[in-house]
Design a protein around this ligand. Structure first.
Ligand code: C2E
Ligand code: MG
Ligand code: MG
Length: 461
């Protein structure tokens, strides 16, 4: 009886221990999880303080893990994470800690270190090269690299929260300069992070105050010499800095998610404006709206588009959405599904900056896209650059074979226009014909002298 009871007690203890373990460890790799890290980090810092030692923390993110996960499948992805975890384990001591905090994100905590940067960096570099050693996965030999942001306690922060925030900035920097490297946090990074925070707040306020305005750049049909469409291009009317171009704030807006609100405003404003022009009796044109990947991924994106059309009263065929190759390639099946939903609404779709991304040509034929926009970088050096001419010519014939229309962006000179015309390009957009204009100027141009549009086109011919 006693033995039986003891057995039950032991079993219960074991299962309690197992539950404890599971609560504090990641099931896939067996590494400690964030919960356990949070429970341990404060005492590790305290101990270091008492012993005049350093604690070093690193944020580690695998480079291009998603690519491997998507191409070789989740099973291989899991296996890769286990291999990486094992390799890291062999590089650290029992008193150190490796934590899996997300899909391919880890925190490494090294304790009991002398107050020497070189020592710290050498330890982390060892981990980095262990991870980067070739591995066999599903019959493929591959290599995975990682980016690390490193901080040292007490130099780079007094609390775990502060240290991790700084390690994050350092990792961000590591990614920024091309991944596959390690960055030690610096005061300069802190200043940059602070600056970025301020810019984020400023942009958020700009969204709340609606400080944006759309400019419109005409698109010309070379055959008829007529303007048939315009691209809406957003600008930020900054109270002090004046007109800020999208290149200066769209990247931040994308990173912070503010692009969703900005993009919504752009979409609604472009539809409203186009309908207002039609209501004023101007010849109907198509309005193009740039869509960022972040917007496109929103769950209710298609609903938002249809709401913008409904609220403005604009017919769907007068709206075109410009998607980029990289946006589509992030998740081809999902993108195709969304594109079909948009097509069903009656909206037109174009691929912007074509040629700069990594479109799979075999996938291209299954996209419900009605036109390709040749990127400005190919047009720019025509006729001086033979390669650019060859690429531009190839894109034009590709579009023709796939029964898509094709427009060249950034056309600035007669010589470019001549080449495009000879190569069979149907449509152009660029400073040669017109810069992007404020709504009033755009309207003035096309209301006062609709014929001038045709003249400019035929003169160009
Ligand atoms: P994009 O969609 O490729 O737009 C074309 C850019 O080329 C515009 O710059 C336009 O002003 C410029 N451009 C047009 N013709 C010429 C030319 O002949 N020569 C030269 N040198 N440039 C020309 P912009 O307005 O600064 O916009 C830059 C980018 O910002 C756009 O590239 C687009 O990717 C993004 N963007 C603009 N508006 C929006 C928006 O509402 N939403 C999103 N997500 N992105 C936007
Ligand atoms: Mg565009
Ligand atoms: Mg473009």
């Amino acid at each position: 009886m006693a033995a039986h009871l003891a057995g039950i007690a032991i079993e219960r203890r074991q299962s309690e221990e197992r539950i404890q373990f599971m609560a504090h460890h990641d099931a896939l790799t067996g590494l400690p999880n964030r919960l356990l890290f949070d429970a341990r980090v404060a005492s590790a810092l305290q101990e270091a303080r008492q012993n005049d030692q350093w604690v070093a923390l690193a944020f580690l993110d695998l480079d291009n893990f998603k690519l491997i996960n998507d191409s070789l499948g989740h099973h291989s992805g899991d296996q890769l994470l286990r291999i990486v975890a094992d390799r890291m384990r062999t590089c650290v001591r029992r008193s150190d800690m490796i934590v899996r905090v997300g899909g391919d994100e880890f925190i490494i905590m090294l304790t009991g270190l002398p107050a020497e940067r070189e020592v710290v960096l050498t330890r982390f570099e060892k981990i980095r090269s262990a991870i980067a050693a070739p591995m066999m996965l599903s019959g493929h030999s591959l290599q995975i690299t990682c980016s690390m942001g490193v901080v040292c306690y007490p130099e780079h922060g007094a609390t775990a929260v502060e240290l991790l925030a700084n390690a994050d900035s350092a990792m961000y920097r590591a990614k920024e300069i091309g991944r596959n490297n390690l960055q030690l946090f610096s005061a300069e990074m802190a200043a940059k992070a602070h600056e970025k925070l301020l810019r984020h707040e400023e942009l958020r306020d700009a969204v709340a105050r609606q400080e944006f305005v759309l400019h419109y750049q005409p698109q010309l049909n070379l055959e008829t010499g007529r303007m048939f469409a315009a691209e809406s291009l957003v600008r930020w009317q900054h109270p002090e800095r004046g007109m800020v171009s999208p290149g200066e704030f769209i990247p931040l807006a994308e990173e912070t998610g503010l692009i969703v609100a900005i993009g919504d405003w752009v979409l609604n404003e472009a539809c409203r404006q186009n309908k207002a022009w039609q209501d004023a009796g101007l010849p109907p044109i198509v309005i193009s709206v740039n869509v960022s990947a972040r917007q496109f991924r929103e769950q209710d994106w298609v609903c938002r588009v249809s709401a913008a059309l409904r609220e403005s009263g604009l017919e769907a065929r007068y709206l075109e959405l410009e998607l980029t190759e990289s946006l589509i390639m992030q998740d081809v099946p999902a993108a195709i599904a969304t594109m079909h939903e948009l097509e069903a609404l009656g909206v037109q779709l174009a691929i912007d900056d074509f040629g700069t991304g990594y479109s799979s040509l075999s996938a291209l034929k299954s996209f419900p896209v009605s036109r390709l926009k040749i990127d400005r970088s190919f047009v720019q050096d025509i006729p001086a650059d033979e390669d650019d001419m060859a690429i531009t010519g190839a894109i034009i014939s590709l579009a023709q074979k796939l029964h898509m229309r094709v427009i060249a962006e950034g056309v600035e000179t007669q010589a470019q226009l001549d080449f495009l015309r000879i190569s069979g390009c149907d449509e152009i957009q660029g400073y040669f014909f017109s810069k992007p204009l404020r709504a009033e100027a755009f309207e003035g141009m096309f209301a006062a002298e609709p014929g001038s549009v045709a003249t400019a086109g035929s003169e160009a011919a």
